[in-house]
Design a protein around this ligand. Structure first.
Ligand SMILES: [Zn+2]
Length: 299
């Protein structure tokens, strides 16, 4: 019988698995937490995931510090020490044992000086420099209180960087800018947008006022009947406010086809009128508003 190992795959998984160890240890060191528990992990070729207990997601700054620490361990080219010893000895030396499984008399220990010691039966790179580079690519919430960090190693980091560059170039192109000036350009665009919004609001204001002033007066206790649909570029609340400040001496009904209405009463009590007509209403004496289809029959 001949056993054939796919070298590319094997080395890629060794790097990713070793990186997940480094990630876990860096996570503890950077966050100053001693209660972090591994809630699962996954390893593929130069790709790994670590699930761990954390209520809040880690900040961008914390993730960056973890990346820096792991990359410093990689650059220091530390030999990965793997040996077998008794469980007692391993625990005494501070080795972490995470899984609820029972350990035998002899246990396998992985030790990366300056980083940490852990019990592990998996396969590891012999030296941290084999990883070349380490990058966190995402942080997700898996379930309540469990976060997941995904990482890449080796050539995938360079590939990732090239993809990011492509992406940034695309954004720069859309913004008609260059990658170095993206932020400046976005700030400028936002300022322009703000100015345009203000101008638009002024125009709307003017349009509402002039449209309200051109309304025909009715021969009814309500001198003005205003259909919301005729002012479809503003919302109900804004229209009601505008109407109240424009007509200070009139009784007004504002309504929509959906049955939204507001009664602004100056010489009559809006509340009394709503009561009299059995309208479902809400608010104060001078203005009532609610939603009632009956308003459509009334107007
Ligand atoms: Zn391991």
């Amino acid at each position: 019988m001949k056993l054939k190992v796919n070298k590319q795959q094997r080395y890629g998984k060794m790097r990713a698995h070793t990186a997940v160890h480094l990630l876990f240890w860096a996570l503890e060191k950077i966050t100053w937490r001693t209660d972090i528990k591994q809630a699962g992990s996954y390893v593929d070729v130069d790709y790994g995931r670590l699930d761990f207990n954390s209520e809040k997601p880690l900040s961008g700054e914390t993730l960056h510090k973890i990346e820096e620490l792991v990359n410093s361990w990689i650059q220091e080219a530390i030999d990965v020490d793997i040996f077998e010893t008794s469980l007692d000895e391993a625990v005494k030396s501070g080795a972490k044992a995470f899984f609820d499984e029972k350990y035998g008399e002899k246990v396998r220990v992985i030790k990366i000086p300056w980083a940490d010691v852990e019990l592990c039966g998996w396969t590891h790179s012999p030296n941290t420099s084999f990883l070349w580079a380490f990058k966190i690519i995402s942080q997700d919430a898996v379930s309540s209180g469990i976060k997941r960090i995904s990482i890449i190693t080796w050539a995938k980091v360079a590939q990732h960087s090239m993809e990011q560059e492509k992406y940034i170039n695309q954004i720069a192109k859309i913004l008609d800018s260059s990658p170095a000036q993206i932020l400046e350009k976005i700030n400028k665009n936002q300022k322009e947008l703000e100015t345009l919004k203000n101008e638009l609001n002024k125009i709307k204001e003017w349009l509402i006022t002039s449209k309200l002033k051109s309304l025909e007066k009715q021969e009814w206790i309500f001198e003005y009947i205003i259909k919301l649909e005729d002012f479809d570029w503003i919302d109900f609340k804004t229209l009601v406010q505008k109407v109240r400040t424009t007509f200070t001496e009139s009784n007004i009904i504002i309504y929509s086809q959906q049955g939204n209405f507001a009664i602004v009463g100056k010489s009559i009590s809006a509340k009394e009128f709503a009561k009299e007509k059995w309208l479902k209403w809400w608010w104060s004496d001078s203005i009532v508003q609610w939603r009632d289809k009956k308003i459509l029959e009334l107007v």
